[in-house]
Design a protein around this ligand. Sequence first.
Ligand SMILES: [Fe+2]
Length: 419
Amino acid sequence: MRDQLAFARMQTDRLFEMLEPRAIHERPIPERHRIVFYLGHFEAFDWNMVGQTSFGARSFNSEFDRVFAFGIDPIDGQLPQDRPEDWPSVNEIRSYNQHVRQAVDEYLEKASFAHSDEPFMENGQIFHVVIEHRLMHAETLSYMFHWLPYHLKRGATDIDAINKDGEPREPRMADIPAGQATLGQAAGEGSFGWDNEFESHRVFVPEFSIDVFNVTNKQFLEFVQAGGYQQRSFWSDEDWQWLQTSGTRHPKFWIQRGDHWFYRTMFDEIPLPMSWPVYVSHAEAAAYARQAGKSLPTEAQYHRAAFGSGDTGVQDGNFDFRSWTPRPVGSMPESRSAFGVFDLVGNGWEWTSTTFAPFPGFRPFPFYPGYSADFFDGRHFVLKGASPRTAALLARPSFRNWFQPHYPNVYAAFRCVKK
Ligand SMILES: [Fe+2]
């Protein structure tokens, strides 16, 4: 547990070390807080969960505990209005962070994970919460820093021999026989999961076929060039509306210069890598699928293709901070599922057609009731798998991610299914 906490802290610290100091008040994603919020958020969250909720300790900075408590996810059009001077200074935040880290480390030292008097301590639950919360942010912070101008980031090139563009794989589909899929994880077994991962249950999935590889930039470019973004019939009413108001004409990671296409990675601008999975919003993925006469997989179909009837089957993939970018689709044999489908875990999250909703038997965490329940609004879709910036801990089969359909900043790939 101590090692996991240290690893998570190292990941978020490294991200902040990447920034030029003046980047701290930037807001690279209009719907999110300024970067400075995140500098204090992880420690405030850790304090609120461990110090306050479990150990009932007295706060040493209740204002910071509150100001840095929660991020934001406004629905289309309502953007935050705060100014840089509304935030505490970087030095004050860093000193608060130091205090909190020391206190949390002391609590972890003396914590007992069995028959403890403190609440939410059984099997180290509250510490898992703070570790995984930080790891999730290590990824979402990457989405945010992605859009900072390059001169505000320090970093080397992010392309090496492994992720270098290559000849795209020939698209094909795999047949998945009818059978059971296992979703969620069983309570009472002692392993950690977020509230939305419970309870474990089985779902019957009729036979279907699924793309063996993620849809590539090459395939998606053909869709763009064939006028896919102008074809009303490929888009739902809401998605079409978003397309018109946002002016979106291609994936956000792409740049068009005349007839030439380029790609924006974290540290570089490169010619569009045709063999990489395309990263798009749910709306764009769904439009592509409709154009192909197919659809996005349901959450249950994803489970079936990745794990068969159980919850094991994919050995490895491009995740756990191994790279800043995807690799060419289908280039990791270890990522192949028993049905021969590549990259279902790693190389980019997988959009599903399933609206984020509770599993039967769902109970919100009492110490964080809004974690999932605030998003059971029919306006968020489930993503499965992992991206290159997803921690290995979070790449477990039961883990569920979710985003609004028009949020274009996620390292989210997709593939199509056919009945
Ligand atoms: Fe958070």
